[in-house]
Design a protein around this ligand. Structure first.
Ligand code: 3MF
Ligand code: MG
Ligand code: MG
Length: 397
């Protein structure tokens, strides 16, 4: 780590709205087909480590720390009090809570299963998560319906399932309005997170765009409270351009929260640390977000590799992920004020010399040379990424 250099101080890291998930730090390396490679670790230790590193926000599933059978009981209240204490002692805030609706066997047929009892249980779970969120001072609630779908075709009716799923989201929003009013707090921002596959084979809301359509479908009683938590890799998984996905969310006013990580197109959910696979695309994503005033949260939803030790999780995985994010964010700021990019953008927007706008051939000729700037701009972005714009050179002599 010393040889790598370039680390930001915890004080600097705390200035960014970067959150550390309980589940990412506690991940033991037990991916599908893999046994764990790291020992278990509790929330007190994780919160303390995040504080030392300068990760100012903590996020959690309802069942990351509270056992499923303790949800909604006095035991939950005790655990939530212990979490509040740990957060306060370490100067951290809980920014987001999320309901686990994919792991427990009760979700085998999804949180919107045919059985009315399962659906009532799903409502209990999301309402209870809203309660926990308000107790912990969170501003966001996330829903990842990873089991909303099927393995075998024709058994479930998609329109019924989606209506039933909407009922759970409506229950969460109604509870939120009630609790927020009682506590004198703002309501939470409810964020849907899409993933195209895994763990369910076919997923009913597989992309952020599908979720935008769901939010606008008329099924939600409070669509204004519901937006998106896109995840960078989840969009790559179906072959999308993440920046274009984010642009569509921004236009709809629905970019509430963002899960940051990296990985490969059209592959499974490898959850690699932000910027390790696609740093150029990541820089460009942050250019878009900065230019539209999005300032977070940025949730580190990655998985420290199985080859990284538990010591390495806190000495290498988390600090390097945070520092790459900060570097990419600052580079994105440089892109926005770069004179070459500014001049090229202005020239492109000015267009070529005036010609008859009904004459396609004349228009083509007028902009032909100008459009070479697209490739020049891509080259300039690469130079900014590797520092050549500041005079870093590689050639000898
Ligand atoms: C799955 C995910 C999830 C969600 C989490 C929050 C474990 O691929 O990305 O992380 O982000 O469930 O809703
Ligand atoms: Mg995620
Ligand atoms: Mg994921």
């Amino acid at each position: 780590m010393k040889a790598c250099g370039g680390s930001y101080s915890p004080e600097t890291r705390r200035k960014y709205f970067i959150s550390g998930p309980q589940w990412a730090a506690a991940y033991q390396g037990q991916a599908l087909f893999h046994a764990p490679t790291r020992p278990a670790i509790g929330f007190e230790q994780i919160i303390r480590k995040f504080a030392e590193l300068g990760i100012g926000y903590w996020t959690t599933h309802d069942t990351d720390v509270i056992p499923t059978e303790a949800l909604g009981t006095g035991r939950q209240a005790e655990i939530v009090a212990a979490i509040r204490k740990a957060l306060a002692e370490n100067g951290l805030q809980c920014s987001m809570v999320t309901t686990e609706t994919f792991y427990h066997a009760v979700w085998a047929a999804s949180p919107a299963a045919e059985a009315p009892g399962v659906r009532e249980y799903a409502k209990f779970r999301v309402r209870n998560t809203v309660d926990i969120g308000h107790e912990l001072g969170a501003g966001f609630a996330v829903y990842w319906p990873g089991s909303l779908g099927y393995y075998v075709q024709g058994a479930i009716e998609e329109t019924d399932t989606l209506r039933w799923y909407a009922e759970a989201i409506n229950a969460a929003c109604d509870r939120d309005i009630e609790v927020a009013a009682r506590k004198g707090r703002p309501t939470l921002k409810h964020c849907l997170e899409a993933k195209p596959f895994e763990p369910q084979a076919e997923i009913l809301l597989p992309s952020s765009d599908a979720m935008l359509a769901f939010i606008a479908s008329g099924l939600l009683t409070h669509p204004e409270m519901v937006g998106l938590n896109p995840e960078y890799l989840h969009e790559l998984m179906w072959g999308a351009a993440p920046r274009a996905v984010l642009a569509r969310a921004l236009l709809a006013g629905k970019l509430f929260h963002f899960d940051i990580n990296d990985g490969y197109r059209l592959k499974h959910d490898v959850d690699i640390g932000v910027g390790l696979v696609n740093p150029l695309d990541w820089m460009n994503v942050l250019v878009l977000l900065r230019s539209h005033g999005y300032r977070g949260p940025f949730n580190l939803d990655f998985k420290p590799p199985r080859t990284t030790s538990q010591f390495g999780v806190f000495e290498v995985s988390f600090p390097t992920a945070v520092d790459r994010f900060i570097t990419l964010w600052e580079m994105a700021g440089e892109v926005l004020t770069d004179p070459v990019m500014e001049e090229a953008t202005a020239a492109l927007r000015a267009g070529g010399p005036p010609v008859d706008v009904r004459d396609a051939d004349a228009l083509t000729a007028a902009t032909r040379e100008l459009l070479t700037l697209h490739e020049l701009m891509a080259h300039r972005l690469f130079q900014i990424l590797v520092g050549q714009h500041r005079g870093r050179v590689y050639s000898i002599g």
